[in-house]
Write a protein that binds this ligand. Structure first.
Ligand SMILES: [Ca+2]
Length: 497
């Protein structure tokens, strides 16, 4: 309650201040930027056979769905710092959680900050930069105050009351381990329900001043673990006994280098098939609960007459495994962990219900949104604008997406890089010294057969390796050196209360 009251006062003060918006033109489109947490493509509009996601599916039908969109790093903090700065993790220097780019490249202008400088009201509700989940819910997390005029941090029963009831693989822990709870409380009592209510409240106020553009960032916490969601109706939509368990894991893993499976956690040895089904039920229920909140926000946009002049983005921060390759959660370089949902509605630009099939990166969001809105962007952004694809979905663009992940801890750290092209996924661990992988998505969309050792693919491998090395070069800053976190650098609220 305290947080909401404080932010309410701040927002009223800002909305009442006309001076800041003089530079903004009446024709500037608004931006509604929705990010779900740890959401893979278990969505109806991405062809999932079980997911009930009517609201996200409707959003896909209103605009363009990017079929092959990828994160730059399959972990919350590095990925969010990347797409909110428009730079690869090799250029932000943020490659683990609980850090923010102000500690490495403090003068860089973030995506929402670019809109602020153009006269937009920038509002954040919930998780946009990194937050520990659930511990940081109700706080600013590892936020960047320079990005926003207004920050709102609601907390619901999932944070305040229900943690002791959660089933977890690691006692006392909920955010880094698999954990779930079918809550008896309804949507409005949960954090994401409150986030949707707050978004509606902000939109109602923005609708009263339609000549003042806004950048509203809405960061939902679900389906991030703990999978706490209302039992009715969401858990009920996914009967435990109908949840599938991934089969053939041993055979699948036989052709993999150890680094490919490096995200496996010891506690996952405790998983029985019953627990696997319960976890999947909780993950799906959390997705459907979050989907309903997305529906609430979009309905408000429609009801208030804002939709005609508002660009809508829906995405997640990275993908997620639910047992594929024997893996759970994130931090792998397989399709499941790197592939993200990405939907865009740009009024007057994007066709309805269209699909872009060429690979794109979340890095591309920054130059796309600034181009659509006519907002000045920094000159060192590393992504491409997706506006040509919104206008003509057959535009090829770069035609690849690069994702990286770190292995080996601090002492023996090395990177894995993976390049996704329209047909192939090619992966090198420690420049190939710790293994290589090649998957043919035309024949093997689940990436079950690693073709890297087969002589008939040697030429393809050589070509992809060269292409990847070129891509990695583009991920570095002009001096070729990843910036490091320096002592004494300004850092907001990096400890949890
Ligand atoms: Ca995440």
């Amino acid at each position: 309650m305290k947080y909401r009251l404080l932010t309410l006062v701040a927002l009223v003060a800002i909305l009442g201040w006309n001076g800041m918006t003089e530079a903004a033109s009446a024709k500037k489109p608004n931006v509604l930027f929705i990010v779900s947490d740890d959401l893979n493509t278990y969505l109806g509009c991405y062809g999932d056979p079980r997911a009930k996601t009517p609201n996200i599916d409707k959003l896909a039908a209103r605009g363009v769905r990017f079929e092959k969109a990828y994160c730059t790093y399959p972990l919350c903090g590095p990925s969010r710092n990347s797409f909110l700065t428009g730079l690869y993790p090799n250029s932000t220097g943020i490659q683990s959680n609980s850090q923010i780019f102000r500690q490495t490249i403090p003068s860089h202008i973030s995506l929402p900050q670019a809109f602020r400088r153009a006269g937009y009201l920038a509002v954040r509700i919930g998780k946009m930069y990194h937050y520990n989940v659930p511990k940081s819910i109700g706080t600013d997390g590892h936020d960047d105050p320079g990005s926003w005029e207004v920050e709102m941090n609601p907390a619901g029963v999932d944070r305040l009351e229900e943690e002791p009831m959660i089933t977890t693989l690691t006692p006392g822990q909920f955010g880094g381990t698999l954990s779930w709870y079918a809550s008896p409380k309804s949507d409005a009592h949960h954090t994401d329900g409150k986030i949707a209510d707050d978004a509606e409240w902000v939109l109602e106020r923005c609708a009263k001043k339609k000549d003042e553009p806004f950048f509203l960032a809405v960061g939902f916490f679900r389906p991030h673990t703990p999978y706490v969601a209302p039992k009715v109706p969401y858990y009920g939509w996914y009967p435990e006994k109908e949840m599938p368990v991934v089969q053939g894991v041993k055979e699948d893993q036989a052709d993999l280098p150890p680094a490919a499976l490096g995200s496996y956690k010891k506690e996952q040895d405790k998983l029985t098939d019953d627990l696997r089904r319960q976890a999947l039920q909780g993950y799906y229920a959390s997705i459907s609960f979050m989907d309903a909140q997305v529906g609430k926000v979009i309905s408000a946009l429609d009801r208030l007459g804002l939709a005609d002049n508002t660009i809508i983005v829906f995405t997640s921060d990275h993908g997620y495994h639910m047992g594929e390759h024997g893996l759970w959660q994130k931090m792998s370089l397989f399709e499941g962990s790197t592939h993200v949902p990405l939907l865009m509605v740009a009024p007057g630009v994007s066709p309805k219900g269209a699909v872009v099939k060429t690979p794109v990166s979340q890095l591309d969001l920054y130059p796309t949104l600034t181009e659509l809105a006519g907002v000045k962007a920094p000159s060192n952004l590393q992504g491409q604008s997706l506006v040509p694809m919104l206008k003509d979905v057959n535009t090829k663009g770069r035609g690849w997406a690069l994702t990286q992940v770190s292995r080996g801890g601090r002492a023996n750290q090395f990177f894995g890089y993976t390049l996704r092209t329209p047909r192939w996924r090619y992966t090198e661990w420690d420049e190939g010294k710790q293994g290589k992988e090649l998957y043919d998505h035309d024949k093997d969309p689940q990436e079950l057969t690693n073709l890297a050792s087969l002589p008939e693919h040697a030429a393809t491998m050589a070509q992809l390796s060269k292409q990847m090395q070129e891509a990695v070069k583009t991920s570095l800053p002009p001096n070729g050196k990843t910036p490091e976190i320096r002592e004494g650098m300004w850092a907001p609220n990096l400890t949890d209360p």
